[in-house]
Write a protein that binds this ligand. Structure first.
Ligand code: SF4
Ligand code: SF4
Length: 319
């Protein structure tokens, strides 16, 4: 099959990113991830299928809309919901509520919701279509020393598509970064290796049992892939989400630092990403389930962790 016609599923494309690798970048976010981090700030990235999302602040109210969405739903999954106040006029607006247990994500309601309060998250692109979109920003990459970052979800869960996109980008002379959990078979990682300039590589916990208990998968494949990448000459920017009561204790931070150190020159830097609860609102867009929240770590605490890891000769930054 022609590789350019392969399709992959994305949930977002963001231009002008300065946080996903060097320079100004465009980041393509692929949908679907085998991990289930409870703190995930992009919960819409986790499932592979397109999902119905709803943003209450956009909802114009059932009266104005004449309940278009309610009529459109073949499952009877939309009912009257809460009331919000129009921030300008002060009027009360009767919103809707999606009964998630009845919804099968068919998208019929999103088709008739003109303010896009309801929308489908997850769109398929061919390799050609995505590369064409990414090349639109080429001048920004060239002037800033930037490039393209393929992120997720877990991009390596759509391995053929990711590989084909990376190959095309390298043919165009674009700097490429792959933001990955590292949770994939080595044969998959090995294939993309020649086409990735920088791996943004997540490490979440050094204890495999704790990793599995909280995230749902063990850490051995992740650590093993990091070692193999280092041996193969890859460049890694290690990213550590700092999650209160999960991985922020001294023992784990020091073990993580030792592991990074053991990878030698492969690790160009370590980024500490303090937990934040900005993702909580995003959970409400796709689910009714309550979300566990934690208190974000203080600046002083983050500095302490940074100092601790720097003792190992690593170049550590706080994101
Ligand atoms: S969800 Fe959309 S169609 Fe339904 S009431 Fe709100 S704005 Fe109207
Ligand atoms: S996506 Fe869900 S709520 Fe919307 S029309 Fe389909 S079943 Fe109904």
């Amino acid at each position: 099959m022609d590789e350019n016609k392969l399709t992959g599923r994305l949930y977002d494309i963001q231009g002008f990113s300065v946080q996903d690798g060097p320079g100004v970048r465009t980041t393509a976010f692929l949908k679907g991830c085998p991990l289930r981090c409870p703190w995930c700030h992009s919960p819409e990235s986790q499932e592979f299928y397109p999902q119905l999302s709803w943003i209450g602040l956009r909802c114009q109210g059932t009266e104005l809309c004449q309940s278009r969405c309610m009529k459109a739903c073949p499952k009877g999954a939309i009912e009257l919901g809460g009331i919000r106040e129009d921030p300008v006029k002060g009027e009360k607006i009767q919103m809707i509520h999606v009964k998630r247990d009845l919804c099968d994500n068919c998208g019929k309601c999103a088709d008739v919701c003109y303010p896009a309060a309801l929308y489908m998250c997850g769109k398929d692109y061919t390799v050609d279509e995505l590369v064409r979109r990414l090349l639109q920003d080429k001048s920004f990459y060239e002037t800033s020393g930037g490039g393209v970052t393929i992120s997720g979800g877990e991009a390596l869960s759509q391995p053929e598509f990711t590989l084909a996109v990376l190959k095309r980008l390298k043919e165009e002379g674009i700097h490429t970064a792959l933001d990955t959990t590292g949770y994939a078979s080595w044969s998959t990682v090995e294939k993309v290796l020649p086409y990735v300039d920088l791996f943004l590589y997540d490490l979440k916990h050094m204890d495999s049992e704790k990793h599995k208990a909280v995230i749902g998968v063990p850490n051995e494949p992740i650590l093993d892939n990091a070692k193999r990448l280092a041996e193969a000459g890859a460049k890694l920017q290690v990213r550590i989400p700092v999650i209160p009561m999960f991985n922020d204790d001294e023992a784990n931070i020091r073990k993580t630092a030792e592991f990074c150190k053991s990878l030698g020159d492969a690790v160009v830097s370590v980024q500490l990403l303090p937990y934040h609860n900005l993702g909580v609102m995003k959970y409400l867009r796709i689910s009714d389930k309550p979300v566990a929240e934690a208190t974000p770590p203080s600046d002083e605490f983050m500095q302490k962790l940074k100092d601790m890891m720097s003792e190992y000769g690593l170049h550590v930054t706080i994101h």
